[in-house]
Design a protein around this ligand. Structure first.
Ligand code: ANZ
Ligand code: ZN
Length: 817
């Protein structure tokens, strides 16, 4: 008898799978397809526990679906561009490419050691020209259609290292290497027009309802941020022109008492030239981060501009202020301030003694604005002239119509979503395929000259991109006029690579960006990853999928608009109640776990400890427990010693009970894998079954036959979680096919039929007892067994039995008086 030795066993089984090519997906699906994908990793150097959890979940799904007879695509690759490679290069003096590929080699080894059932023939790294050339190709197509453009935008500039820094390289306002105070600089950068798809990206969320976590859908909805409202024009007094504002509350127009403009508003900048106090205020505002959160929380401040506007409906004169709470990047960069009904306007008005005029009466008077807060809810209009008495919903459209009639406003929709700035002034990324010519301006690299290959031979000495200083990369003739010109040295945001890799996995060797194979595999049926990607990655991927569709690379019939049919966001891995992380020093290295217990124990522990969406608390004793369980299963199969014998036609009571337990377990495990991913419940059911099987007397031929059926089912049900052990046990039980090609066990409804039946006993219509009867008992038997039961007799004491009503399969009702 062999003892359970995961190290040698797992190596043998992995070799077996590899030789048989069991996990390769066909070029196009054979039968019903199932594409399951984990968010691909950044090759940081080592797998961490979060990776192991993510990939164990996905592998369990892949293996289960394979056994359900689906044609499964389960690929893996590397999100290989990005800043850490540059940082490591500076720290260790190794080229980013070399660092990246060494990490990939190591991590690939770790993934293989885990026994994950990937189709490795589809593996790729995004930092290779074979991959990123298609990104450059798409960039050129987007340029042709006006979906790419350049505009000025702000970057962090390190004055000592003379370079642009990524946000992650700015620590407490200083450059991470130089320690110098970082400055803001405006430079021209490349943008993708994702806003052209805002409406569609919002609408598309509907079809994901119930398939994606609600939390993620809400975060996407807020990020896109559709606001319905009105653009309102306030004519300037004393000069020509209007100030436009965006408001979601045109119903409050009659309560507007001043206008507030962003410090960067052109009118403010114009006035600041002649007003040093105003200029100083504008300068001050520049030193505050531009994020919405900080703008929300800072102390309100402003300056009067010394100009006024006319109210578009009453003609009343209102003052105009510059205010730090107004953002230039949103709406019109200007607000009509209604202090009675907007809290920011209220605080500002109080500070500067501006009038507050309430115009909305809440349904409950006690909810009205107080001395220190605005009333921001709906209600009935007053102080509003011809609109008095209207409900605020109705008033919105009536007031907007009145503005439209005067040519001083219109209904509009505003979006929070901004275009996607993809320029990075970094070296380790996809080169942007553009050329700057002193005569022709920006000229795209001709398609035939793609890819623009990123040179990989540099030894980095400082954070400045070596592309800037390499004439052999930078200096090229203009493709249009032939004059000396310069290549764009910005590279793409690495989120571009992760926005379409899932589609490329369907045809990794395609001679175009995608080919017809993508049409048969897409969309991804189940995507699994961290909730930290709820917005950016998942939104960009949804955007790119639509771009691919609009360039004819995916079908346009609507079925493929969403790249990920279902999304599961896995929870964190905790230790001592805190997230496992290097910075907290509370990590457990998966490698140690693998070396000590093997892959199956690691996987089983992780899947059993919590449902995938919830956080998982590390526990050494639970790891031990998982290991002991596997030893137990192993011994049970070894002890069985041979192939299961066929079931006799008729089974005795004990054998029937055992068989029922087996099929109840199959039913439970299947439900928990098919309907939801509650692996922990499924595993618990398998453990229970193992205990039941371990108690069976294998000498009895009838029981031995049923035990054989039970072990065969158990081993197959463990295959998604502990695939090595399962495969080895399956062989020991005489399995004729590898598990990847073995059908999932099915429930025999016959076996589930109970020998006993539980009925409710009512006394005068009130539930009193639950009693078990032989399943075969007829009405007369049920009646006499009920009346003979001591519990029932207690209820009847001192009473007269009038009637007994038996409802077959449900209840017995005794009518007493
Ligand atoms: C008047 C008003 C009265 C407003 C009222 C609100 C309540 P969302 O929902 O985010 O679209 N606003 C408009 N542009 C702004 C900017 N550039 N910076 C800061 N605030 C701006 O919010 C729209 C509301 O935010 C607009 O409606 C405007 O204030 C303000 F009782 O107009 B409201
Ligand atoms: Zn030119």
């Amino acid at each position: 008898e062999r003892s359970y030795q995961p190290q040698t066993l797992e190596a043998e089984i992995q070799k077996f799978w590899e030789e048989r090519k069991d996990h390769r997906a066909p070029a196009t699906p054979e039968g019903e397809k199932y594409y399951v994908l984990a968010m691909f990793p950044y090759p940081s150097g080592q797998l961490h526990m979060g990776h192991v959890r993510n990939y164990s979940i996905v592998d369990a799904i892949a293996r289960y679906q394979r056994m359900r007879g689906k044609s499964v695509l389960h690929p893996m690759g590397w999100d290989a561009f990005g800043l850490p490679a540059e940082n490591a290069a500076l720290k260790h003096g190794v080229a980013p490419a070399q660092w990246t590929f060494e990490n990939i080699a190591h991590m690939r080894g770790q993934l293989k050691r885990l026994g994950l059932s990937y189709d490795w023939t589809r593996e790729f790294a995004t930092c290779t020209p074979e991959y990123y050339r298609w990104e450059q190709w798409l960039f050129l197509k987007l340029w042709e259609r006006g979906l790419v453009y350049q505009k000025e935008s702000t970057v962090n500039w390190d004055p000592v290292d003379q370079t642009v820094l990524a946000n992650e390289q700015v620590v407490d306002g200083r450059g991470w290497r130089s320690g110098a105070l970082v400055e803001r600089r405006e430079i021209r950068q490349w943008f993708l027009r994702i806003t052209a798809y805002a409406d569609e990206l919002l609408q598309g969320l509907e079809q994901l309802q119930g398939q994606w976590p609600d939390q993620v859908l809400t975060m996407q909805r807020n990020w896109i941020g559709r606001s319905e409202g009105a653009e309102i024009h306030f004519p300037l007094v004393d000069e020509d022109g209007v100030i436009k504002v965006f408001s979601t509350r045109p119903d409050t127009l009659m309560g507007a008492t001043y206008l507030a403009l962003a410090p960067e508003h052109p009118l403010v900048l114009a006035r600041a030239r002649a007003d040093s106090d105003l200029a100083a205020f504008v300068e001050d505002c520049k030193h505050v981060a531009v994020s919405e959160a900080t703008v929300e929380t800072q102390e309100k401040a402003g300056r009067p501009l010394g100009i006024s506007v006319r109210h578009p409906l009453t003609g009343e004169t209102l003052p105009v202020w510059a205010a730090n709470f107004v953002l230039m990047g949103y709406g019109e960069g200007a607000v009509m301030a209604v202090p009675a009904h907007d809290q920011r306007d209220f605080e500002f008005a109080q500070k500067y003694g501006l009038p507050i005029r309430p115009v909305i009466q809440p349904a409950q008077a006690e909810n009205a604005g107080t001395v220190d807060a605005a009333y921001t809810g709906p209600g009935r209009l007053y102080n509003s002239g011809p609109f008095d008495g209207l409900d605020s919903v109705e008033a919105k459209s009536r007031i907007t119509a009145a503005l439209e009639a005067r040519g001083l406003g219109r209904k509009t929709v505003n979006w929070r979503l901004r275009d996607w700035g993809i320029s990075r002034q970094r070296y380790w990324g996809t080169p942007i395929p553009m050329i700057h010519c002193p005569h022709c301006g920006v000229v795209p690299v001709p398609e035939a000259e793609l890819p623009v290959v990123l040179p990989t031979h540099y030894q980095l000495r400082d954070p400045r991109s070596p592309l800037l200083d390499d004439p052999s990369f930078r200096d090229v003739p203009c493709p249009q006029c032939g004059a000396p010109a310069q290549r764009e040295t910005d590279t793409m945001d690495t989120f571009v690579e992760s926005s379409w890799y899932f589609a490329r996995f369907t045809c990794p060797d395609a001679a175009s960006m995608l080919d017809a194979r993508a049409w048969s595999w897409m969309p991804v049926d189940q995507y699994v990853g961290g909730v930290e990607h709820a917005v950016l990655h998942l939104l960009y991927a949804r955007f790119f999928n639509r771009l691919l569709r609009d360039f004819g690379l995916l079908p346009a019939d609507g079925r493929f608009d969403e790249p990920f049919r279902r999304l599961l966001t896995q929870g964190m891995v905790l230790k001592d109640g805190a997230k496992m992380s290097k910075s907290k020093g509370n990590t457990v290295d998966p490698q140690e776990l693998l070396d000590r217990y093997g892959a199956d124990t690691a996987r089983l522990f992780i899947l059993f400890a919590a449902p995938p969406e919830q956080s998982l608390e590390w526990s050494d004793s639970a790891v031990e427990g998982a290991y002991r369980f596997l030893q137990r299963v192993w011994r049970l199969v070894q002890d069985y010693d041979g192939e299961p014998t066929p079931l006799p036609a008729k089974l005795s009571g004990a054998a029937r009970d055992l068989r029922r337990a087996i099929h109840q377990c199959i039913e439970r495990v299947t439900f928990n894998l098919e309907e939801r991913h509650h692996f922990n419940v499924a595993i618990a059911a398998c453990m229970e079954l193992t205990n039941t099987l371990a108690r069976v007397d294998g000498k009895d031929p009838e029981l031995r036959a049923v035990l054989g059926e039970g072990l065969s089912a158990l081993v197959r049900m463990l295959a998604p979680f502990t695939p090595h052990l399962a495969e080895a046990c399956w062989m020991a039980l005489g399995g004729k096919t590898a598990l990847a090609h073995t059908p999932w066990p099915t429930v025999d409804p016959e076996a589930l039929v109970a020998d006993t039946l539980t009925l409710v006993v009512q006394v005068n219509g009130k539930l009193r007892e639950r009693l078990d009867f032989p399943a075969s008992a007829d009405e007369a038997e049920i009646r006499s067994l009920t009346l003979a039961h001591p519990q029932v007799q207690k209820h009847m004491e001192g009473k007269e039995l009038r009637r007994v009503i038996v409802v077959p399969g449900r209840l017995v009702n005794l009518v007493l008086s």
